[in-house]
Design a protein around this ligand. Sequence first.
Ligand SMILES: Cc1ncc(COP(=O)(O)O)c(C=O)c1O
Length: 400
Amino acid sequence: MELAIFGAAPMFAKPQPVGFPLVEPDTERRFHRLVDEVFRRNYLTNDGPLVRLLEEEVASRHGCAHAVFMANATLAQLILMKALGLESGSAVVGANTFVSTAHVCEWSGLTPVFADLEPETLNLDPREIVRLAGPDAKAVIPTHVFGVMADLPEIIRLARERGLQVVVDAAHAFDCDRAGVRAGGFGVPEFISFHATKFFSTFEGGAVLTDDDALARAMRDLRNFGFAGEDDVRSLGINAKGSEISAAFGIASLPALAERRERLRGIYGRYNRELAGIPGLRTHRLDRHGGNNHRYYAVFVDPGFGASRDAVVEALRRENVLARRYFYPGCHRMRHYRGRDRYRGVRLPATDKALGSIIALPTWFNGIDWRDGVSGVSRLLKTIHERGAEVERHYRGKAD
Ligand SMILES: Cc1ncc(COP(=O)(O)O)c(C=O)c1O
């Protein structure tokens, strides 16, 4: 098989992004009907009936008392930290996360202290709490990377011993669990993302999952400028409300989730079968400790593969496979952080190793059957391996 980097036509006519939105025709039809109702009611935002219904559905799926819906997960984290009184000191944050997890610490007045990961899960290594939580530490913020749940029992234990609060980035973890316990069920608040690329989406959106009634009440006020009553502003709130249109899209998606989950599980299984046996290519296992929504599929390109990770990504991109290096280079190496004195000596070898070799592949395909999508990407990876030396030479030739 010839590759696009050597002049062939790309394997896929249309771009195949990792973050392709998951929208079934029935979901779209249900959404349009709900939007018609929104206009008939003429109730567009401010805690409307669809927002309340969405909150009930999300909370009950996750087995917790409250899901407080917000405009996005970034604001959900900001409001959660405010409601918890986290406004100064430092927070131990897994460096392998989307940069917003760290940024929100700074917006809240806390210094993020970046922690290394467990290679098996790519999540914050609990032992890092012991190493990194200094006298000014106030919180630990693990992320359930790719919906693989962090070791919350151990993280909570170590945090409690040190008087730290645990705030969890469950952005990827809708419908995921650890030994049967879902995000929101561990007794600590977790924020989740409903961004357009996630397993469950409201275009933009997010929520905090919690069992704590007082915390939920405080966050409902904070997301609405701090209003506790019509003319009664009790806290320094902001506008983080989600609209009825966003909620409508979430509600319209709910009936599709069981089938969506099955489909993604099928894609995960098919990739595993088709990629098995390619030397130097390792699959990131998603369901070692519990259920996963399989929204992401990631592989590691090890030295035995024959071409470097970045050469592989470039070759895939030329085939219209828009592979990503999530969360390369890690928060600790993002320009905003790495240039500052505080971060100059930070060494996170496990994070650097994982993020130097990871590739996330598409799990939802644009305009083609998913079986053809998975087989096409897998054939490409086999060919890139077989022609590894040439692929690498081509990449270096371009880079020089
Ligand atoms: C791990 C993680 N945390 C936080 C966020 C931020 O979510 P949002 O886009 O809803 O603000 C994202 C991505 O969107 C994410 O992947």
